[in-house]
Design a protein around this ligand. Structure first.
Ligand SMILES: Cc1cn([C@H]2C[C@H](O)[C@@H](COP(=O)(O)OP(=O)(O)O[C@H]3O[C@H](C)C(=O)[C@H](O)[C@H]3O)O2)c(=O)[nH]c1=O
Length: 444
């Protein structure tokens, strides 16, 4: 008997070993996971789909992390010609926890998935992602072969699918990042945000409540949220965990609502939860609809930099890997039923940030100083544009010892380098539907 995850279509197939070769061929798979019983797990890599280097890396990874393992070649006989299969059998694999990470192919989600897969080889990580425009499995290419990583394509809006998934895998923890996240899109299509951010969250809460209801011990529903739920600040002050909710955009209203549902399930059904509200993230793999990657992409392509209004809006910026580290810490050490604010202690007016970005890009691209700044174009403001977000992250700092590990300058350098080194990724995500979105959003 085997269970087979198709890396081509994201679906799962089960069958008997006799059908294996034809299934392999039909789906051009990269990986087969076959279980005989809970403790015996076989990983079979179809080397036709992997570079030799990747196959060797995966074998090394398994050997390092799991002692009692041997490589067999029984299944090789199923294959002929150039196709090669590596069969790995582990007798002592016994995962300590199974964790569902929703939205794990997205920007922040992919950094969280990678951190958990690499740091906790004794956790089985399930990445559930609908692979909408912002979800991209290319973001996780480097860890897709890790034995403790599983990808499931699916939508949190599908209640019966979610319930069956929880029944099947009996997750110990959920880290919920799946969301529609772009404010401008929420202004154009609020219902999409209601569906995914509110109804999708409630579907997950219901499924978790159902499987955990008899024993909440060591279970956790971690809801990842945003500082936008607090609305806007004036020129001074900071958002704390006790700031009243006052959302202004359909996006932030949907996130505020989902936060309320999570707390309500904690109060009503005793569901153990934590919530974190974070400021603006930036870093590798961010979809180029958000300010920083959009402007990097436009500078590379000598396109206008559309600054909303007068540009005097303020955001607090946090490097995405520092956010992922904070999530790890809160997941393991945070108190249940608590909220933690996460921020970069790093406020920038949009226009100052854009000018800084232009200066750094000129240097990297070998353009004379001031070239990219000429691309700045002031455009019609975003409706309901929040003036200023700024986070007081002293609670997570004092209670859990978290603080950002990189300065903004370092983080921005890493980010720019990544986008310049990954133009293929950028080209890929900015083709097709992106062009249509861009045309509509910036047609003024
Ligand atoms: C895309 C774009 C943005 N802007 C301005 C609008 C904002 O004042 C600032 C950042 O905008 P962005 O859309 O990148 O991010 P926010 O609207 O602050 O929201 C972001 O940070 C929070 C925490 C989340 O929770 C959101 O999910 C996330 O999208 O730049 C422009 O001036 N021009 C542009 O083309």
């Amino acid at each position: 008997m085997y269970i087979l995850y198709s890396e081509k279509d994201g679906n799962k197939y089960t069958g008997y070993s006799q059908d294996l070769p034809s299934r392999f061929k039909a789906h051009q798979l990269g990986r087969v996971v076959s279980t005989r019983n809970r403790r015996l797990l076989k990983l079979i890599y179809f080397e036709g789909c992997l570079s030799q280097q990747d196959a060797i890396r995966r074998e090394k990874y398994l050997k390092t992390h799991y002692g009692k393992m041997f490589l067999g070649n029984r299944l090789k006989s199923y294959f002929t010609g150039q196709e090669k299969v590596t069969l790995m059998t582990m007798n002592s694999l016994n995962y300590k926890k199974s964790i569902l990470i929703t939205g794990g192919a997205g920007f922040i989600g992919s950094h969280v998935v990678r951190l958990f897969v690499e740091k906790y080889p004794n956790y089985s990580i399930f990445n559930l992602d609908a692979l909408t425009y912002a979800g991209n499995l290319e973001n996780l290419k480097d860890i897709e072969g890790s034995p403790n990583y599983n990808f499931i394509k699916g939508d949190i809006n599908d209640a019966s699918f979610i319930s069956a998934l929880f029944q099947k895998h009996r997750f110990d923890g959920v880290i919920h990042l799946a969301a529609e996240s772009h404010v401008d899109r929420s202004i154009k299509d609020p219902l999409a945000f209601v569906r995914t951010n509110i109804l999708g969250t409630v579907n997950l809460l219901n499924a978790a409540k159902e499987i955990w209801k008899d024993d909440f011990k060591n279970k956790l529903f971690y809801h990842v949220s945003t500082d936008e739920v607090y609305g806007t600040l004036g020129e001074t002050g900071l958002f704390t965990e006790t700031t009243a909710y006052d959302p202004n955009s359909p996006y932030s209203a949907s996130k505020a609502s989902s936060d309320h549902f999570v707390r309500a399930y904690g109060e009503t059904y005793e569901l153990p939860y934590v919530i974190t509200n974070c400021s603006n993230n930036y870093g590798q793999n961010q979809f180029p609809e958000k300010l920083i990657p959009l402007f990097i992409n436009n500078i590379i392509n000598n396109k206008a930099l559309p600054v909303y209004g007068d540009g005097n809006y303020t955001r607090d910026w946090l490097y995405v890997k520092d956010h992922a580290k904070a999530i790890d810490l809160v997941f393991h050490k945070g108190k249940t039923k608590e909220t933690y604010n996460i921020g970069g202690f790093n406020e920038w007016k949009n226009i100052d940030l854009v000018k800084e970005l232009c200066a750094q890009m000129d240097e990297r691209l070998g353009r004379s100083p001031g070239t990219s700044e000429k691309l700045i174009t002031y455009v019609k403001d975003r409706p309901g544009h929040d003036l200023r977000y700024a986070i007081d992250a002293s609670k997570i700092n004092k209670e859990l010892g978290w603080k950002p590990s990189v300065t903004f300058e370092e983080g921005l350098n890493i980010t720019i380098d990544w986008y310049l080194d990954n133009e293929a990724w950028l080209d890929h995500v900015t083709s097709g539907a992106y062009r249509e979105y861009y045309g509509k959003q910036y047609k003024r």
